[in-house]
Design a protein around this ligand. Structure first.
Ligand code: ATP
Ligand code: MG
Length: 450
């Protein structure tokens, strides 16, 4: 496989070489190129020390922020390139970071500190591919293998455990046996890794094209920081709608969901409360009453612990809370659901419901999908004018009510809710004049709101 280095990367490498240093494209870009994929960024490694890199490239277009870590970031044609001096790492502390970093001149030694063989290759046009650890052959055989002793590499930096799962989930590679057993042996060290780093990797693992096998095979590893998923494993649902235990079902829902952080996290956690809501009736049928509401709350707790942003937490909570709602296909029931989810969450909710159906008893899937299609169609019809069936989208405002002589805050709230209720029920259209006339009629008929 030929590696095509972009013109600007080649120019950076040549400038460094012209000053007597060696320089290579390295890491993920070489892996992706060898796989015939377009790399999303190009990293460069060099024997030049940071100040020597600045000397060779000039100080313009340098982004200062990485300099203190010994990485020079340069901007060429709006693209950022990280240029890192060859380095060896000292003893590790906290199972994450080396105590010290030493600049060195050997490419091989620099590559030996990298995590996996597929990520430990370098290339430049004068020397070709530099592959000291069998990365090219591991790519051919689709294998993730640690460079060196896997136990040592995972204890040095336990985040590599998550990176191994991430690459396996994204690339569809198998984790090599020794790497796999060391990964499990050291999984407990994930407790020491900063939660932001764990979460960033988790989101990518869930999003991988090959997530299914990873989620099924490494549930115990994820359980180190997500213990709530462990009781889902093997929990048989004893219900004609379901053919799989709760965790297997969940994995199918994840991989049938659209890509993206919100959808995949919602799928992961949509049934998180099933183990604690499980009951069996006198006929031996399993039920999970209340699991969407309990699950929505529990998901908030889990996602806050994982330091997810508030917007994601709110959206995931809404999706989980309403994932099991099946309103009758009549406008008033559908309007009520829209009033709860809002317009923005409704289609994601339909996507979650489709994925959820696809993870259930295969015989029940087609009618469930047909129902969801109908529900979505009705949603589009009902919201074509932007009406969300909440107080905000009601064409009657507090100041309209004040103009009608209603002064008290509570009374204003009462009328707004009453009118919204009538709009949802289809007893009145969301039209300002009609709503004002209705309020007038009520004041006249009843003499007030109490
Ligand atoms: P991606 O395509 O996701 O960017 P990548 O392989 O480029 O994948 P980066 O996180 O950008 O991953 O890291 C760049 C390179 O740095 C890796 O290819 C690997 O050689 C090395 N590396 C990154 N993180 C680690 C780590 N925790 N331990 C050892 N080497 C690492
Ligand atoms: Mg990268």
């Amino acid at each position: 496989m030929k590696i095509t280095v972009p013109h600007d990367v080649k120019a950076i490498i040549e400038k460094l070489e012209a000053c007597g240093f060696s320089a290579y494209a390295v890491g993920g870009c070489i892996r992706d190129s060898l796989m015939g994929k377009q790399p999303h960024d190009w990293d460069i490694c060099t024997s030049a020390k940071p100040e020597e890199i600045l000397g060779a490239l000039g100080t313009h277009n340098i982004i200062e922020s990485g300099l203190k870590h010994g990485t020079v970031t340069v901007k060429v044609n709006e693209q950022l390139y990280e240029i890192t001096t060859f380095r060896s790492e000292g003893e590790y502390r906290d199972n994450r970071r080396p105590e010290s970093v030493k600049f060195i001149t050997s490419l091989k030694e620099d590559l030996s500190r990298r995590d996996f063989t597929v990520n430990a290759m370098a290339y430049n046009s004068s020397e070709g591919l530099c592959d000291y650890f069998g990365g090219e052959s591991d790519i051919g055989n689709m294998i993730i293998r640690c460079v060196g002793d896997p136990d040592k590499r995972f204890t040095e930096d336990a985040l590599r455990i998550m990176r191994a799962l991430r690459f396996a989930s994204k690339l569809g590679f198998e984790i090599e046996e020794n790497t796999k057993s060391a990964l499990r042996r050291n999984a407990h060290l994930l407790k020491k890794i900063s939660v932001e780093r764990i979460t960033a990797e988790l989101v990518q693992i869930l999003d991988g094209e090959f997530a299914e096998q990873i989620l099924l095979d490494y549930t115990d590893v994820l359980g180190v920081f997500l213990p709530e998923i462990l009781p889902m494993v093997g929990l048989e649902q004893r219900n004609p709608h379901h053919s799989y235990d709760v965790w297997t079902h969940t994995v199918y829902v994840i991989v049938n969901s659209p890509h993206g952080k919100v959808m995949r996290l919602a799928a992961l956690l949509h049934d998180i409360a099933k183990p604690r809501c499980f009951t069996i009736d006198e006929k031996g049928t399993g039920h999970f009453h209340g699991h969407p509401e309990v699950g929505a709350k529990l998901s908030g707790k889990i996602l806050r612990r994982l330091h997810l942003d508030n917007d994601t937490i709110a959206k995931v909570g809404t999706l989980i809370r309403y994932h099991d709602q099946r309103p009758k296909l009549e406008p008033k029931y559908v309007r009520r659901l829209i009033s709860k989810t809002g317009i923005d969450c409704f289609e994601p909710l339909m996507e979650l419901k489709r994925a959820d159906a696809k993870g259930q008893n295969p015989q029940t899937i087609p009618p469930k999908l047909e129902y969801i299609d109908e529900l979505e169609k009705m949603f589009h019809e009902l919201t074509s004018d932007g009406n969300e069936f909440n107080i905000r989208s009601l064409k009657l405002t507090g100041s309209d009510l004040i103009d009608l002589g209603i002064g008290e805050g509570k009374e204003i709230g009462y009328y707004l809710n009453e009118m919204l209720e009538m709009v949802i029920e289809g007893k009145i259209s969301n039209d300002r004049n009609a709503l004002i006339a209705e309020v007038r009629r009520r004041i006249k008929d009843t003499g007030g709101w109490k």
